[in-house]
Design a protein around this ligand. Structure first.
Ligand SMILES: NC(=O)c1ccc[n+]([C@@H]2O[C@H](COP(=O)([O-])OP(=O)(O)OC[C@H]3O[C@@H](n4cnc5c(N)ncnc54)[C@H](O)[C@@H]3O)[C@@H](O)[C@H]2O)c1
Ligand SMILES: N[C@H](CO)Cc1c[nH]c[nH+]1
Ligand SMILES: [Zn+2]
Length: 468
């Protein structure tokens, strides 16, 4: 039990039996009242929003001599690394993460990966193997296969899929260690048949100095791991340096600086999506267990920052969930991080009915959607915009975060309106193959010649007519 002191009597809270109260916004959005809170949260959680700590601002002041906005920080880091390569990269590893590295120590030595694996908890390794297998099964089943059709005599049309040659994976490591992210990115890439996979993780105890991260990489056969994170890692992989060969695509989640850097280098390389601070909308009614709903909300808020929003048409469920959140925070290990995260990025919203909940959710386009109400599947299929949907009481989001099979790297910041979660299909490129024989050409030639004529492109027309 955490020792929290009551400000009045200085006894611990557990002793005075008083639950932690939390200042999570509670909003009555019935009768069509505009839920301004959702727009406010969306703005705060966007890559241009305020998800950077005051400490972060102090840090930029220290590094750049001025408290630059995050976009300006990322702009400068990317430009410096494109121009100066390793020199700028190592300088940023030092100034932003306090890591004294050189070109030789930037890459984790093979012996260190082996050692991490050899000393890892055997149960942990078995767990990694079982989960990798779940991910492999799902990602193989959904992988695009070549499609060939022969719509007319003498015509063969193919859509083929080719694995990418070399990709880079961002594994976060600022506030928590994520071996699960290694699994959820590397395994889909391997299923797709990617030739080379480089993993980057910040030079921290949660990143590339974390034994579990290194052991997971080794278990999956990843040999290229770099001690770098943030915008500098993204820029190094995009532009390449003497030490870090450039990649063709950068995937994986990260904080604001990672997200902005991925946006900035897009076009030079491909990126997956913007996978920023975790978010969940839970929709629940009186059939849900408030303690379970509370646990689901806390589980995404504990990413810190992480957003957790409950929408319900039941006042009693909202009240009971609020009480359960306070109670569970009492014993939660990361309550000191989770509570401010919920207060800044959470909300409990009362609506009129399911239809209003559906509309609000579609407009917010959450990364995760968890539905715990009557006819949950029906409501789930009526909602268009969500990165991943979890249906019913026995499917907490944590199953998707860790073990089910679909990747936990999902679109955040409202990008679920048009972006999809990471999958094996992100690591293949499609191309078409077109083949006609003489009959096929003869049957289509008049149409091609006519359209070429209309466009005034007579060389195009000739390239067909000359063959007839
Ligand atoms: N969507 C997903 O799939 C998913 C999965 C796991 C984690 N996440 C999210 O990823 C994020 C991880 O963030 P994190 O901070 O733990 O790790 P991170 O590795 O993404 O970021 C840490 C890096 O940020 C850089 N940085 C920090 N402050 C900076 C500053 N002021 N100026 C310039 N650079 C700075 C540093 O270089 C540091 O190495 C969390 O928000 C978490 O919720 C998302
Ligand atoms: N919820 C995160 C994705 O938004 C993934 C994760 C990793 N570990 C725990 N959760
Ligand atoms: Zn999570």
């Amino acid at each position: 039990m955490k020792k929290l002191h009551c400000p009045l009597c200085l006894q611990t809270r557990s002793a005075v039996n008083q639950p932690i109260s939390i200042n999570i916004p509670r909003v009555d959005a019935r009768n069509g009242a505009a839920p301004a809170i959702l727009d406010q949260l969306r703005a705060k959680l966007s890559p241009a929003g305020d998800v950077v700590s005051p400490k972060g601002r102090e840090l930029t002041l220290k590094v750049f001599g001025e408290a630059l906005a995050p976009a300006a920080v990322v702009d400068r880091i990317c430009n410096d690394i494109q121009r100066d390569g390793d020199t700028a990269l190592l300088r940023y590893c030092q100034s932003l993460d306090g890591a004294d590295l050189d070109a030789a120590s930037l890459r984790v030595p093979a012996a260190e990966l082996q050692q991490a694996h050899a000393t890892a908890d055997p149960e942990f390794l078995q767990c990694i193997r079982r989960i990798a297998e779940n991910i492999r099964t799902f990602q193989s089943a959904i992988l695009h296969q070549d499609v060939t059709i022969t719509p007319k005599p003498g015509v063969s049309l193919t859509q083929r899929y080719v694995p990418l040659r070399r990709i880079g994976v961002c594994v976060p490591g600022g506030a928590a260690a994520y071996p699960s992210t290694v699994l959820m990115t590397v395994v889909p890439a391997q299923v797709a048949g990617v030739g080379e996979i480089a993993v980057v993780a910040p030079p921290t105890k949660f990143g590339s100095y974390n034994n579990d991260i290194l052991a997971t990489c080794h278990e999956l056969g990843v040999t290229e791991v770099y001690r770098m994170g943030g915008a500098q890692a993204v820029a190094a992989m995009a532009f390449g340096t003497d030490t870090v060969p450039a990649v063709d695509k950068i995937v994986g989640p990260g904080n604001l600086f990672v997200a902005l850097a991925k946006k900035q280098v897009y076009g030079h390389v491909d990126i997956d999506s913007i996978a920023g601070p975790s978010e969940v909308i839970a929709i629940a009614d009186d059939t849900a267990n408030p303690a379970h709903v509370a646990a689901d909300l806390l589980s995404q808020a504990e990413h810190s920052p992480g957003s957790a929003i409950l929408i319900s048409w039941s006042q009693s469920l909202l009240d009971a969930t609020y009480a359960a959140i306070c109670e569970q925070l009492e014993t939660l290990e990361r309550s000191d991080l989770t509570r401010p995260s919920l207060e800044a990025y959470g909300a409990l919203i009362l609506v009129d009915n399911r239809e209003q909940a559906r509309r609000m959710t579609d407009a917010f386009a959450p990364e995760h959607l968890h539905i715990q109400c009557e006819s949950a599947r029906q409501l789930a299929t009526s909602i268009r915009n969500a990165g991943a949907t979890f249906i019913g009481n026995y499917t907490p989001v944590a199953l998707g975060d860790y073990a089910a099979g679909p990747s936990h790297v999902l679109p955040t910041s409202g990008t679920a309106r048009w972006a999809a979660g990471l999958s094996s299909n992100d690591f293949v490129r499609s191309g078409s193959m077109i083949e006609f024989d003489q009959t096929g050409l003869e049957n289509i030639a008049d149409d091609v010649q006519l359209l070429a004529e209309k466009e005034g492109l007579t060389a195009h027309r000739l390239s067909v007519s000359i063959r007839r």
